[in-house]
Design a protein around this ligand. Sequence first.
Ligand code: ADP
Ligand code: MG
Ligand code: MG
Length: 246
Amino acid sequence: MLLSIQNLNVNIQETSILKKFNLEINFGEIHIIMGPNGSGKSTLSSVISGQQNYIVTNGKILFKGKDLLSLKPEERAGEGIFVALQYPVEIPGISNQLFLYSAVNALRKYRKQPPIDRFTFLNSVQEKMKLLKMPEDLLSRSVNVGFSGGEKKRNDILQMMMLEPILCILDETDSGLDIDAIKIVYNGLNFLRNKTRAFIIITHYERILEYIKPDYVHILYKGHIRKSGDLTLVTKLEEKGYGWIC
Ligand code: ADP
Ligand code: MG
Ligand code: MG
């Protein structure tokens, strides 16, 4: 078992958002989470990444058997968790290249690996940017500052490709993208897909099935998984809407 979320209750301030939330993910699996706006999808990704303001009032999260909630955000990243947030963060004054380089080496340090040199890093990052069809000047610019929506999302995938996480969580990374950008994002994801890695993909995009074949699809409603199934669930949702489940 890679990730096991058991009976998780999460509050934002006094309001209960996730309620008795359960989810189990094995290595190699892709899980899609869909659900109406406000159902708690981003709360889930935020609480896994370790953001503040999300108060766990009950339950636990085990990642590779370890108690995830006792780890700091940077320790979670070190253990192999990567979350592409719904609204990517801008970091004025820090170049994208320096940010990526520092992130990669921070991870390596956590894992007691020697740092990667600048030359090897640059080769690797440029190769991946080509794959993502990202213009090279995005490396020298401040992280996400003035990036278009599509560039931010591609930048998230670039980070993911450089960090080679074990659990990748993508929170509406495909929202607001044109078809070409969606293809590029999902090509990046398929490039990383293997038996040692798992994905949680939060999406409203029913045509995701043209690009990704998930192992499981879950419908989140009012903080609780109301239905789980295989990819046929996506088609049913498309036909019947959420009213059918909720
Ligand atoms: P989703 O990603 O599924 O659209 P969210 O996890 O973003 O849902 O939000 C779940 C619920 O939590 C919503 O009702 C939202 O209004 C509420 N919520 C989110 N962030 C905050 C916040 N900072 N303060 C108060 N309520 C919040
Ligand atoms: Mg939303
Ligand atoms: Mg959201």
